[in-house]
Design a protein around this ligand. Structure first.
Ligand code: SF4
Length: 233
């Protein structure tokens, strides 16, 4: 059962001693609890995910590559969703940075009709010297600011949502650690999806430009209507 009062998605809590203490207490023993959850799915057959990534790697167009990568991400999600705190109507993670590549942004633009900002795309994964600073600048305003595709608390492009959104699963038991705290970086026990992200960067191209979703699509989509309940459903 949750030990804290409900907090609206996107609400940024003041970093009071009470809030910091509550977070610190939650982290006591959390790594072990999360490891136990991960252990419970360690026997899952990962062959389908590997095959889907291979399909992405050999696909002839960017659209097809993105499509196969989405299928692989959805497979990962389906295998772990029952362990996660993510629930309908919870959209804290639609109020933090969502990094996507130009290739993926172009696919989303084509599929949804959302207008792509020609000035977006300010950092590259391959440029290790400038990456940290450029990433910080691109994402500095994201915390507490709703994604431009969030409509009435739901994702309006659910079927087309970015890979990053598909792979974000909080393996805690409730949303306490997803809540935004003033001046603090989010520290959430997310499912480790690094292998998938590394494969996606390699397949879609590390030399292209990346940006936060709000910068790629500052206007969201015209006449948005929610197409689903939540990014993690
Ligand atoms: S694309 Fe959808 S799921 Fe992803 S952050 Fe935006 S509203 Fe949330």
């Amino acid at each position: 059962m949750s030990e804290h009062a409900p907090v609206e998605p996107g609400q940024v809590l003041p970093a009071t001693e009470l809030v910091r203490d509550r977070i610190a207490r939650r982290w006591e023993g959390l790594n072990e609890r999360v490891q136990a959850k991960v252990q419970s799915i360690s026997g899952l057959d990962r062959t389908p995910e590997v095959r889907l990534i291979q399909q992405a790697s050999s696909a002839g167009t960017v659209t097809k590559r993105v499509s196969w990568l989405r299928k692989a991400a959805d497979h990962v999600h389906a295998g772990a969703a029952h362990l996660a705190a993510c629930r309908k109507g919870c959209a804290h993670c639609c109020h933090i940075a969502v990094t996507i590549s130009r290739a993926e942004a172009q696919v989303i633009a084509r599929e949804t009709g959302a207008k792509l900002n020609p000035k977006a795309g300010v950092f590259s994964m391959a440029d290790s010297e400038d990456f940290g600073e450029a990433f910080k600048q691109a994402t500095s305003g994201a915390v507490g600011k709703p994604c431009t595709f969030l409509t009435e608390g739901s994702c309006s492009i659910y079927a087309h949502r970015p890979l990053e959104c598909r792979l974000l699963l909080n393996l805690d038991d409730d949303d306490l650690l997803c809540q935004l705290v003033e001046g603090s970086a989010t520290n959430v026990p997310y499912l480790d999806a690094r292998q998938h992200h590394v494969a996606s960067v390699a397949i879609l191209g590390q030399h292209q430009d990346y940006d936060d979703i709000r910068n790629w699509f500052p206007q969201g989509r015209a006449n948005d209507t929610p197409s689903t309940q939540h990014k993690a459903d």
